[in-house]
Ligand binder design. Structure first.
Ligand code: CS2
Length: 479
């Protein structure tokens, strides 16, 4: 079957929307690191809408580790299909990517970052891609950061930011603005601090300039984007009549909240639906603790009772009831009020999105990288509940479910997908319930010391873990 390409655009069947602009005539104003499915389904869709009015904001997609996506984009003139799977489905070809750069092409990355026409750098390199330690600051012992300090070409994303900003400062160009689009609380502020910390190792003046002149607004990004599997790609080929190896799927709902009043002379993202506000923190915490917290809860508890997708888990009455109680009775009460955001309504909307029958979002995908996700999604809520003197028994259940999940994988010898995989499986293999709690809670890259030493937390996690490992998950959920 012929691959999707610029040439194919004129032959797409009716009902498949195509770019409202000429993709071969756009400029490159945005550099994006990590062009995985979420970027292609979310940020790229905003730029695609913007390009119809302003051709400056094409994207250069940079993949530092894997060539798969950029190779697929290269074969397809940068085009790919976005399938919106929802009550009102839609299919649209996106043409926002103008450059695609894979591993080993550092000179091209450097040239783009130094180019004054590039005004925005965005990133979706996953939580672990920022090389942060458990306390959210740059981990100077991380192998990629150590390599950045020793070598000439950066290895980490933070290293590239430092090098790119140094080049612009030397050339007298304005800096670019950095929009971190991963699910970390205070994502922009953390990345800003990490970039300053690494720059300081090379040049204190550069670090001071990055602190004063470069903007890293916090952002909240949201749209449920299941990974593209073979069946999905085959369905897209049937729908559009061309092979597309970079197609992505997502729900209709999409939010991009950016902690800035304006983006200077950058793209007018507000014109295409992004929310620019000074109060991104409230949105971000609600999203991380409610949506992502419940997702991880469904993933680990759903796996314990043999369920496969989010919609399957929501069809299980006791699991759905459990996450609803968790949200309304445990998570919402420790969130600070946010003007214009009703947390209880937000919970209802999120649970409804999880029930979307048109999407098959695998729990196993959400279960990945738990060591990086637990702190923002669940542990922040648990610490807030402890400070408020509120009960934490129910909140400890998903933490115990994660431990049980790790233990099942370690005992079965199945791979754990997590940057701490080796440490986790060594700690968990053959361990008793008490040993599991002892060994995992003392991993300070995940659990802050205060929480790890909190007797009430330990007891609550141990009680839930014993019951989950004894096969009592259904009873636990019913309580
Ligand atoms: C999910 C998120 O995979 C996961 O861990 O919780 O990717 C989630 O679907 C998105 O954050 C929704 O915006």
């Amino acid at each position: 079957m012929t691959r999707l390409s610029l040439h194919a655009l004129a032959q797409l069947p009716p009902g498949v929307d195509r770019p409202d602009y000429d993709p071969s005539a756009i400029g490159t104003g945005v550099v994006h690191f990590g062009p995985g499915a979420f970027h292609r389904a979310h940020q790229a869709a905003y730029f695609d809408a913007l390009l119809a009015h302003d051709p400056r904001w094409g994207i250069a997609a940079i993949s530092l580790r894997s060539a798969t996506t950029v190779d697929a984009l290269a074969r397809q003139d940068g085009l790919y299909t976005l399938a919106v799977l929802d009550r009102e489905p839609a299919t649209r070809v996106i043409g926002a990517h103008r450059n695609w750069i894979g591993p080993g092409e550092g000179a091209r990355v450097a040239a783009l970052l130094a180019d004054a026409r590039v005004r925005i750098v965005t990133s979706t390199v996953t939580e672990k891609g920022y090389c942060l330690a458990g306390d959210g600051t740059l981990d100077m012992n991380h192998p990629d950061i150590a390599a950045d300090l020793a070598g000439s070409e950066p290895r980490s994303f933070v290293g590239w930011l430092v090098q790119g900003l140094a080049a612009r400062r030397a050339a007298g160009h304005l800096p670019f603005t950095v929009l971190c689009c991963d699910n970390l609380s205070g994502n922009g502020s953390k990345l800003h601090a990490a970039t300053i910390a690494l720059a300081r190792e090379f040049d204190p003046d550069l670090a001071a300039w990055i602190a004063d002149a470069v903007r890293f607004p916090d952002t909240m990004v949201d749209s449920i984007t299941p990974a593209s599997d073979g069946a999905f790609l085959a369905g897209i080929a049937d729908r559009i009549g061309f092979e597309d190896r970079a197609a992505v799927q997502r729900e209709a709902f999409s939010q991009w909240v950016i902690g800035a009043r304006e983006l200077g002379d950058g793209p007018d993202l507000a014109a295409v639906g992004a929310i620019l506000t000074d109060d991104v923190g409230g949105y971000e915490r609600a999203k991380l603790r409610i949506l992502n917290g419940l997702h991880s809860t469904l993933a680990y508890l759903g796996d314990a009772v043999g369920l496969e997708s989010v919609a399957d888990a929501m069809a299980n009455q006791s699991l759905a009831g459990f996450v609803e109680r968790l949200a309304l009775e445990d998570i919402v009460p420790v969130l600070d009020p946010v003007a214009g955001l009703d947390h209880a309504d937000y919970v209802r909307t999120v649970l409804n999105r999880f029930r979307n029958p048109a999407i098959r979002h695998l729990l196993s995908q959400i279960a990945w990288d738990g060591s990086q996700k637990l702190p923002y999604r669940l542990l922040d809520t648990i610490m807030a509940a402890r400070r408020a003197g509120r009960p934490i028994d129910r909140l400890a259940v998903p933490v115990a479910a994660w431990i049980a999940f790790i233990a099942r994988k370690a005992d079965a010898g199945t791979p754990i997908i997590d940057p701490l995989a080796q440490t986790l499986s060594d700690a968990a293999r053959g361990a008793s319930d008490e040993q599991l709690v002892e060994r995992l809670l003392t991993l300070n890259a995940i659990f802050p010391a205060d929480l790890a030493q909190d007797d009430q937390f330990r007891r609550a996690v141990t009680t839930a873990l014993v019951r989950i490992r004894a096969g009592e998950t259904p009873n636990l959920l019913a309580e």
